[in-house]
Structures are given as structure tokens and as C-alpha cells.
Design a protein around this ligand. Structure first.
Ligand code: G6P
Length: 372
């Protein structure tokens, strides 16, 4: 009913607009008055978490892209190796797991059979298991040693939006907690990141309030047969998710790439008029990633691409090479996915609506895939 959709036409639109709250609620109560991270729901002995020598993140679909963000953040903050693997690939390749391995599953529903079977397999091999999950009491958290619930609220639309942002937020919370526990970061550093995380919901709201231009671009592009997405560092999984949303909602051929990979093959796809979204890293980030991605934009544009960039506010270098630019507010480079994902979701949703598709129930897809 209209009331369930909070006044929006579709659950998809409602859920995209629920994202400030999804992030805020997932951050709620994760630190005490002294600024220390607290995770009450973790039922793993802290000593065991200190001993963890390797983390493997297991997930499917959108949740697996949240897993890649988790890898980048946890390795940077905790200095512990993190692998990310599609859950359905994991147990069929004889993976190396032992009692010092921590499995982190990421699942909105907590019922995805591929993910559940991978978690069970890892448990049998002696690993500790932690579930980042949005559904209270679902199977994966019940069968795991520990759970970190995301608080996105029920997600009804089949393609994931707010649960994705909540999963990324949950991954940051876990990373900061592990960094504290393992003595990898000072309390002050953790507090600074947490303070920046708490500013994210209002920044997402700014993107939502300012989304008319991305919607009109999407409507104008409804006839496009193919869209490419480039990103680097944490912008890479965002590019993958942008492409997935477009496939799921608008049935358009869409592909995400790591921008550095462009010259190793995908650049051959570029021809006159090919739309290319580029998720641009923060110009304030480390290394020279920003400059490298700006040159990628130039490279595809020189070959006729229609370049559409998602960049940090104030990043004027990209304007010159972009047919369209969507600016998002600034934050720490590692936290950018919580902002840069949003315009891509809005784009896919508006484009699918323009084509007259049911964005809540795309063809051939199920909300929770409970078969292997
Ligand atoms: C299905 C949904 C996707 C979702 C994936 C994983 O394929 O259509 O939107 O990302 O399952 O779901 P989970 O509940 O495990 O996060």
C-alpha cells in the first residue's frame, strides 16, 4: 500500500530515501561515552579475535561488493589479511582455513543458501564465524558464532539499496572494533573516523535532496544499450554495484571495472557515444590515485565516450573532461562508498522507471535465493 511505501511510488524509491536512517541506525550504540567501540552482540572471546590471522569475507551479489569495501577498510585499519570471496565459489576449491581464520559473512536476508553453505563448511573446518546481517534471528546469524546486525529495517524491493549501505557501515564498525581490540589504532583515531561516520547520514540526505539532475540524465538515457562503470580503490566495488543495479533494474548491459584495468582490455569497448560512469577517488586521498583516474577519464573521452563522473565536491579537475558531473559531499577516502553509491542507485532506478519496468520486482530475480 501507499502507506507502506512512505508516500513514495515504489519500495525502491522509499528504500533509497531511507538510507540516511539505515546508516544512522547501524551506527547507533556502537561506542560508549569514552569513545571506545562496544559490540555487545559479538559472542566470540576477544582473545580469539586478537589471535585471528586471516579474515575471509563471504557473500553473494550486492553484499559481496560491501565485502570488498570491508576488505579495504579492515586491512588498512587492522593490518590483518582479508580475502573476499563469492560464497558459491568458496567451498568447491579447497580453501585454506583453520581455527585462527575468521569468516565474516555478509547477508541482508541471512537466508541465502550459497552463503549459508559456505559458512557451515568453514565452521566444520574449525573457523570462527561472524555474520553481518540485516534480519534478526535468521539462519546465518543463528548458525554463526557472532553477529553484527545492520539496522536498515526491512528491505522489500528485490534489488538491494539501503541494506548495502548498512552492510558497509557494519563493516566499518567491525573494522574499528577489531583495530581497537588488536591495538592497531589509538582511541583518538577511532573517534575521528566514528565522528566522520556520524556525519554521513546528513551528507546522504544532501545527495537525495539534490537528485533531480541525475534523474533527468537517466530519463534522457533510457534508450542506451550499454553502460560502463569505472572505479578505483573503494570506488571499484561502487562501480561494480552501479553496474549491477543497472542490470537488475533496467535490464541494460552494464559492466564495472577497476579503472586501472581499462588499458588491459576494456578500453577496446570504447567507441563514439559509449556512456562511461567514473567514480573518482578523493583528490585528498593518498597516493596519486585521483590523477590516475582523471587520466582514465581523458583516455575514454578521447575515444568518444560520454563521460559521467561522480566526484567529491570541489574537485574541479574533473569538470573539463566530464559531460556530466555529480558531486557528493566530502568525507574520508575510505568512507566515500556511502556517498558515491547513492547517485548510481538513483540513476538505475530512474532509468528503469522511464522504461516502465517494475523496479521493486525485476524479472527473473528473487529477494532471497534459498537454493544453491
Ligand atoms: C539476491 C538478491 C540480491 C542480493 C543477493 C544476496 O540475489 O536479488 O539483491 O544482493 O541475493 O542476498 P543477501 O540476502 O544474502 O544479502
Amino acid at each position: 500500500s501507499a502507506a507502506e511505501k512512505g508516500g513514495y511510488e515504489t519500495f525502491m524509491e522509499k528504500e533509497i530515501n531511507d538510507q540516511p536512517k539505515a546508516v544512522e541506525d547501524t551506527l547507533l550504540g556502537r561506542s560508549d561515552e569514552t569513545g571506545r567501540m562496544v559490540l555487545d552482540e559479538l559472542r566470540i572471546d576477544p582473545e580469539e579475535l586478537r589471535q585471528v590471522s586471516k579474515i575471509i569475507v563471504l557473500a553473494c551479489g550486492t553484499a559481496a561488493y560491501a565485502g570488498t569495501v570491508a576488505k579495504y577498510a579492515i586491512e588498512h585499519w587492522c593490518r590483518v589479511p582479508v580475502e573476499v570471496e563469492l560464497a558459491h565459489e568458496f567451498r568447491y576449491r579447497d580453501p585454506i582455513i583453520d581455527t585462527s581464520t575468521l569468516i565474516v559473512s555478509v547477508s541482508q536476508s541471512g537466508e541465502t543458501m550459497d552463503t549459508l553453505m559456505a559458512v557451515r563448511y568453514a565452521k566444520e573446518q574449525g573457523a570462527r564465524t561472524l555474520a553481518i546481517c540485516n534480519t534478526n534471528g535468521s539462519t546465518i546469524p543463528r548458525e554463526s558464532d557472532a553477529v553484527l546486525y545492520t539496522h536498515a529495517g526491512p528491505e522489500i524491493a528485490v534489488a538491494s539499496t539501503k541494506a548495502f549501505l548498512a552492510q558497509i557501515t557494519g563493516a566499518y564498525v567491525l573494522g574499528l572494533y577489531l583495530a581497537q581490540l588488536r591495538g592497531q589504532m589509538f582511541t583518538g583515531e577511532i573517534q575521528d573516523i566514528l565522528a566522520d561516520l556520524h556525519k554521513i547520514p546528513s551528507k546522504i540526505q544532501q545527495i537525495l535532496d539534490d537528485s533531480e539532475s541525475i534523474k533527468s540524465l537517466a530519463r534522457a538515457m533510457a534508450a542506451t544499450p550499454s553502460v560502463l562503470f569505472l572505479g578505483r580503490h573503494v570506488g571499484f566495488p561502487v562501480a561494480m554495484e552501479g553496474a549491477l543495479k543497472l542490470k537488475e533494474l533496467a535490464y541494460i548491459h552494464a559492466e564495472g571495472f577497476a579503472a586501472g584495468e581499462l588499458k588491459h582490455g576494456p578500453i577496446a569497448l570504447i567507441e563514439e557515444g559509449q556512456p562511461v560512469f567514473v567514480v573518482v577517488p578523493s583528490p585528498r586521498g593518498r597516493d596519486s590515485l585521483h590523477a590516475k583516474v582523471v587520466s582514465n577519464i581523458q583516455e575514454v573521452r578521447a575515444r568518444g565516450a560520454k563521460t559521467i563522473t561522480v566526484a567529491e565536491a570541489g574537485d574541479d579537475d574533473v569538470r573539463e573532461y566530464s559531460e556530466e558531473v555529480f558531486f557528493v559531499p566530502d568525507t574520508q577516502p575510505l568512507l566515500m562508498p556511502l556517498l558515491t553509491t547513492v547517485p548510481l542507485q538513483i540513476f538505475a532506478c530512474a532509468l528503469a522507471e522511464q522504461k516502465g519496468y517494475d523496479v521493486d520486482q525485476p524479472r527473473n530475480l528473487a529477494k532471497s535465493v534459498t537454493v544453491e
